[in-house]
Design a protein around this ligand. Sequence first.
Ligand SMILES: *Cc1c(COP(=O)(O)O)cnc(C)c1O
Length: 483
Amino acid sequence: MQSAEEFSLDPQDWDAFRQLAHRMLDEAIDYVASVRQRPVWQPVPEQAKARLREPPPMEGAPLEEICDEFRTTILPYATGNIHPRFFGWVHGSGQAGNLVAETLAAAMNSNCGGRDHGAIYVEEEVIAWCRRIFGFPGEASGLLLSGTSMANLVALGVARHAADPEARKRGLCRGAEPLVAYVSAEAHESVSRAMEVLGLGSSALRKIAVRRDFTIDIEAMHAAIREDRAAGSRPFCVIGCAGTVNTGAIDDLEGLAQLCAQEKLWFHIDGAFGALAMFSDTLRPRLKGIEKADSLAFDFHKWMHVQYDAACVLVRRGDLHRAAFSMRPPYLQRLPRGLGSGEDWPSDFGPELSRSFRALKIWFAIKQHGIRRLGESIEQNCAQAHYLGERVAREPELEILAPASLNIVCFRYRREGMTEAELDRLNEEVIADVQESGVAAPSTSRIGGRLAIRANITNHRTRREDLDLLVNAVLEAARARVG
Ligand SMILES: *Cc1c(COP(=O)(O)O)cnc(C)c1O
């Protein structure tokens, strides 16, 4: 018996709730299934923005009304990354099976900071799979995180701890030899930010020149290490790139591993999307050396299309990983039995305590498709990038700035007689025109100082005809501007 004044936040009428929830699930499925028929992206109108700037309601409203508002104000203005012609940045396109996984995870509402319950074992299994796939030893640890930015931060945190175990307690000491790290000039800025957040400073990250294929110049890095040592700094970490964000370049990981062994440096790899090429038999050889890393960061939400957000860090020495982050106040005491048992909790391996059940959507995705199929989808994107490169090369008005190494093609529109600055401006306008047309969504980058139209294909819905539509849209937009 519930007393008159007691209440919960659950529906009063479960049947009505069920009907509404089923209808919304149907809408969600229709939305994904019909994505090809909609524009890739459209700007959020002022009216919708205004509706999202209201004060918080003091009184509630029926769920149905909220669904209606979602349908008109939010749903039409998605990023567009589930669309087959989304080629911007590096976004995954999501997968239908995760609609189910996410709903079930919401039903369980597990807190995955630790303790002894099913979700913890799912995360352990996902990490054990990753250990196998990337060739890490049994004592390697892992943690699921929101993205590779966080995974890089955690990995560099362990590297810092390995170099300076006292830093956790006393902070970074002034006067001590400054710790410095090395990465290619093409690396993602999240590596710099990790250095900043860890208190090491982004200027302690040496950005080493790349070779013509955009991979790190190992000789130049070796020279920088020697110079730093001579100048009284303390090199502690090298970060290799397995798939750079600009061009998809993969550093010589084997060479970097060798150098790190020789110089006794921590070897971290940022493999945000590129590391998943390990799923493919034909691409795997290009990642040789990845299994020698001390730590590896990668995303599930990019090239594996798990719904946002989902990433992983693996650390070869689990003991160091734990030592870098573990905290065990009395209220998180490990007990010999019951819900509070279990030796290692995920919260021992990173900065978060309460954590969502991210593992479930990853576990669903790997079980549903299998590693082989996921790898084939990655290969398909690489073949499509190659196709796009060839198509661009055949167009006299287009110029390749960086050919497809993996899944990214950078090119631009060019016209005789225009200066570099004019070409930069033109190509920037063309990209915005194409995005606003709703036909396709490439993004920009700079390659050798030139503004590039960057087409990244991490999209299991893309077909070759979509790439033709992209090229046609670029040509049309550019011709409309230059006449
Ligand atoms: C996307 C990306 C990152 C950042 O990952 P998030 O998941 O967005 O935090 C880091 N490095 C590379 C190479 C990337 O492509």
